[in-house]
Structures are given as C-alpha cells and as structure tokens.
Ligand binder design. Sequence first.
Ligand SMILES: C[S@@+](CC[C@H](N)C(=O)[O-])C[C@H]1O[C@@H](n2cnc3c(N)ncnc32)[C@H](O)[C@@H]1O
Length: 237
Amino acid sequence: MAYDFAEIYDEIYQKCKNYYLLISNLVRRFASPKAKILDLGCGTGILEMYLPKDYKIVGIDNSKEMLKIAKRKNLKNAKFVLGDIRNFSLKEKFDAAICINDTLNHLTSLKDLKSFFSNVARYLKKGGIFIFDFNTLSLIKNLQKENESGWIVASETKGKILIYKKFRERNFVVWKFVYIFKTKNNILNSKEEKIVERAYDLKQIEKIMKKFGFKAIEKRKIGNYKILLVAHLYFLI
Ligand SMILES: C[S@@+](CC[C@H](N)C(=O)[O-])C[C@H]1O[C@@H](n2cnc3c(N)ncnc32)[C@H](O)[C@@H]1O
C-alpha cells in the first residue's frame, strides 16, 4: 500500500474499535497470559494496541508503509517484520496466530492459501490457536444484487478525501480507491490504488484447514458476509 493509503487505512480502521476488542477478547479466552502471538498481515498494528501488554507479539506484513505506521505506535511488546504471509521464516514458534480484516482474501489462489495455512501450522505450537476471518462468496452475491456502481466516501479529513467502489470479477472483488488531496500549490490531485480480494466459501477453507491439521472450534458470522473462525492445531504435519 502506498504511504497515503496506509495513513488513511490507519485512520479509518482505528474507528473499528469494537472488532479489535472482540478479537482481543477471543485471544484472551483461548491463549494463556504471556502467550506468544503471531499477527499475519498486521497492517498498521491497530490490533496490537488492544492486545494485553503481557503478550509477546510479532506482526508480519508485506507493506513497508503499513509497518512504518505500526512501528510509530511504539508498542514495547510488539515487533513488526516485513514479510510475506505465504512464505515467511521466523526463529520461534507461537501459542496463537491471528489474521483478520480480510487479509486472507488478499490471497487470490488456492496455492497461496495452502502455503499460508502450511506456514501458520509450521509456526504454531501443537495445540495452538488460529483466529482468522474472511469474506465469503455472499459478498459477491450481494454485489451482484446491489449492482453497486456508486462511489462511497470512506474518509474526509483535513482536506483529504478517500472514495472507493467495489465491483466483481468472477469470485474476485476489486476495491478501487481514489485518494483526492490538495498539493502545496493548492491544486487538486489524486492517486489511485486497486486491491483485489478473492472470496471463499466456508467449505473450501475448512477443507484446507483440515489438510494442515486445524479444526474449527468456534465460528461466528460477522455482518452479512464475513466469517470469523477460531481453529485449533490438533496435529503437526
Ligand atoms: C485489510 S488489511 C488488515 C490489516 C490488519 N490485520 C488489521 O486488522 O488492521 C490487510 C493487510 O494485509 C497485508 N497483506 C496482504 N497480502 C499480504 C501478503 N501476501 N503478505 C503479507 N501481508 C499481506 C496488507 O499489506 C495489509 O496491511
């Protein structure tokens, strides 16, 4: 993500406090105090602000811009590392892993999804917990129904505006973001960013989870098209 988008992401998602608190409560329920936590696709480190301070957290993201903002938060118990969640290498194992806010949907092939689950399993201790969410195919169906063509204002502060629209391509959702801002010379300018997400259905995800030793122990529907899962790593491959 480009720098401006990372800044705006941080501003918008800081408003989703309730979801981060929900995740933090789940982690507290399933992981022991002082647990080691791995946050995959940690973004700007907002979740880390809500996790108990006695956890030791490693966040991984492949965006330098997102990590720059995460590091700026100066959280003593969190380390932020540049890496790809499909293929990372660390020196330690974790008690719990987290991957939230549609990060899994950024993986747009089944091959990538398998590498991702395989890596999570590799870096979790046996009996470890994996908490993650994903957008389901009902997002695609809704988009079809809504035939959403209008632009939505996502943020409007200090003369900066972010608008976006989402549209569908087969089982992919394409989010098109346009960031409008004034230059030093007071001239209106804009930058664009496109994010492609693949929607998955629960059966697809459960099949892959099972292959890599995970079993769902809690499932929640979040809104109309998101599923939040708590999975348990019951065997090591
Ligand atoms: C929607 S954001 C979620 C951020 C964070 N989990 C949160 O809840 O605020 C998705 C994040 O996943 C990261 N990401 C996408 N694909 C990735 C990959 N293959 N490896 C590492 N990070 C990735 C993006 O850079 C972005 O920061």
